[in-house]
Design a protein around this ligand. Structure first.
Ligand code: FAD
Length: 543
């Protein structure tokens, strides 16, 4: 049966209902439906990921702000961003944000997960989570005991070589940073080429890896284009969900569990709409309170990035290449016949981690992302000069934001307040990162290419100026997380088994359960959460 042919009658009486077919949701759908005796309903707001741009790695620049595939949330204007409201795109398509992301694959640093455990998420230390990272992937690079060889997700080394990126790596080494051969060995310290979620020449989203291969399982129903409005809770137990499609409101029931995998914005939103959230907010919007859970929507974290742009003195930027029709054609041919070249990249190609003077015990607290091109923002036309971009963000910011529903309308956006750069450490660390980038540009290996700094430019000389620049023009790295924090304390939203406190038969399994944002990009950790969460569900059904 195709996904469109499912009828109302067979959307009832499932063992498990998963809300959201994103990074975590696709892993869960795969693992839970592996048992043919177990029926699974996967509900997704977006449509199937058929569009060509969702498959081509460089298609990222087209899809990220395309409303057919991406829902555009907006943050509240705030002091941290000089009164600007930022767009936070989130995948609304099968594969979720993994279908529109920039494909960088970075697990995070070992201490990130040890910190989760120390924060009360028992069983989530690095040692605990490592086998799950390994299990989900097949890494096509050099043999390494810590890397997977039999998982569904293809992870590959960078398949594009660019002389200006290479010069930047050499310059960073001259500056004093070591080489890091892929950022998936427990430390992000050092510089090198990134690994990407690519299979051969194609994007490897969570859907490509985990959902498409098992779509035909008879015990799995995937329903697209449906908006889940709330979890139904009776006598303290989640019994199903209410969802909307084409003007109809429908209900589906789950005998075992409902799992929210709607991402760090919409999982807490759905909880609040279901009556699980801060009492005062629920009351304000006339929502029947099931559990007064003050932490739902709190602990919001994101990486906030400042971008420097320099003009090269040689035409070695992609900005130059895309204006040359012959070069464009050769890029296409290179992609087609060799599966390499600029079309196999989303945005960042090389980069790495460094320690500012505020880092503790040599644990990288800065992350660089370097691109051999420049534009005002993702998806905008490339600049007409030979631009080169190096961005930096603080790996583990202290600033904490929150989100809350603005009304009881399930289709309305929640209010999102990130509180970017609200602590002194965050401000100083980001300024240190921009200064470090400037120092790297001045090393001999890059100096020979360097013409002029365009952004922030010579007017941003003092620390104060640099901070002002960061507030005026910095942006999200698209990593919202932490809004349904896992922990051992009664105030955490979910317990270490990812069960929602106060409601039986309900879990949250996605980026929102992270107690603290990992040091690098967060898709890898979200997939790991999906894998580990699925195992927890299966084990508890067996016990
Ligand atoms: C533009 C962009 C670039 C990024 N680049 C990178 C990168 O290069 N590397 C990296 O590691 N990370 C990157 N990330 C982050 C990473 O992709 C995400 O953090 C991760 O995919 C989140 O997974 P998730 O399962 O928590 O949520 P998602 O993957 O966002 O999935 C949530 C799903 O739930 C669905 N949903 C939500 N609400 C409802 C509802 N009410 N009813 C039904 N369905 C619903 C959504 O449509 C979506 O499909 C990027 C993210 C974005 C947006």
């Amino acid at each position: 049966m195709s996904e469109q042919e499912t009828t109302k009658e067979n959307l009832d009486g499932y063992d498990y209902i998963i809300v959201g077919a994103g990074s975590a949701g696709c892993v869960l759908a795969n693992r839970l439906s592996a048992d043919p005796n177990c029926s699974v309903l996967l509900l997704e707001a977006g449509e199937w990921d058929r569009n060509y741009w969702l498959k081509l790695p460089v298609g990222y620049v087209k899809t990220v702000f395309d409303k057919r595939f991406s829902r555009q949330f907006q943050t509240e204007p705030e002091y941290g961003t000089a009164g600007r409201s930022l767009i936070w795109p989130r995948g609304r398509v099968i594969g979720g944000s993994s279908s529109i992301n920039a494909l960088l694959f970075i697990r995070g640093q070992s201490q990130d997960f040890d910190d989760w455990q120390a924060a009360g998420a028992k069983g989530w230390s690095y040692e605990d989570v490592l086998p799950y990272f390994t299990r989900i992937e097949t890494y096509s690079g050099r043999a390494d005991a810590g890397r997977g060889k039999a998982g569904e997700l293809s992870v590959s080394d960078l398949r594009n070589s660019n002389p200006s990126c290479q010069a930047w790596i050499e310059a960073a080494k001259q500056y004093g940073l070591p080489e890091n051969d892929g950022f998936n060995g427990g430390s992000n310290y050092g510089v090198g080429a990134f690994q990407l979620t690519i299979n051969n020449r194609w994007r490897e989203s969570a859907s490509v890896a985990f959902l498409h291969p098992i779509r035909s399982r008879p015990n799995l129903t995937v329903q697209t284009g449906v908006h889940v409005s709330k979890v139904l809770i009776h006598n303290g137990k989640a019994t199903g969900v209410e969802w909307m499609k084409g003007g109809h409101v429908l209900v589906s029931s789950a005998d075992q569990e409902v799992i929210l995998s709607a991402g760090a914005i919409q999982s807490p939103q759905i909880l609040q709409l279901s009556g699980v959230g801060p009492k005062n907010i629920l009351k304000r919007h006339g929502i029947n309170i099931k559990v007064d859970a003050p932490s739902v929507g709190q602990n919001l974290q994101d990486h906030y990035m400042a971008r420097t742009i320099v003009r090269l003195n040689k035409p070695q930027s992609l900005n130059d290449e895309v204006r040359n029709p012959l070069r464009l054609m050769s890029m296409g041919l290179e992609w087609l016949f060799k599966g390499t070249g600029p079309l196999t990249v989303g945005a960042g190609q090389v980069g790495g981690g460094a320690c500012s003077e505020f880092a503790i015990e040599g644990r990288a607290d800065l992350q660089f992302t370097v691109m051999p091109f420049s534009a005002d923002k993702a998806g905008d036309p490339l600049h007409r000069y030979s631009g080169f971009t190096a961005a930096v963000y603080q790996s583990r910011p202290e600033s904490r934001g929150y989100l809350e529903i603005k009304s009881d309308d399930p289709l309305a956006d929640p209010r999102i307040t990130p509180n970017y750069l609200s602590t002194e450490l965050d401000q100083k660390t980001l300024v240190a990162g921009v200064k470090m980038l400037r120092d790297i540009y001045q090393q001999p290996a890059f100096k020979s290419l360097y013409d002029k700094e365009i952004v922030p430019g010579s007017s941003a000389a003092s620390d104060e100026d640099i901070l002002k620049f960061a507030r005026n023009s910095g942006g999200t790295v698209f990593h919202p997380s932490g809004t349904c924090r896992a922990g051992g304390d009664t105030k955490s939203v979910v317990d270490p088994d990812l069960k929602v406190r106060g409601v039986r038969g309900l879990r949250v399994i996605d980026a929102s359960i992270m107690p603290q944002i990992p040091s690098g990009n967060i898709n890898a950790a979200t997939l790991m959460i999906g894998e580990r969460g699925a195992e927890k569900i299966i084990k508890s059904a067996q016990s």
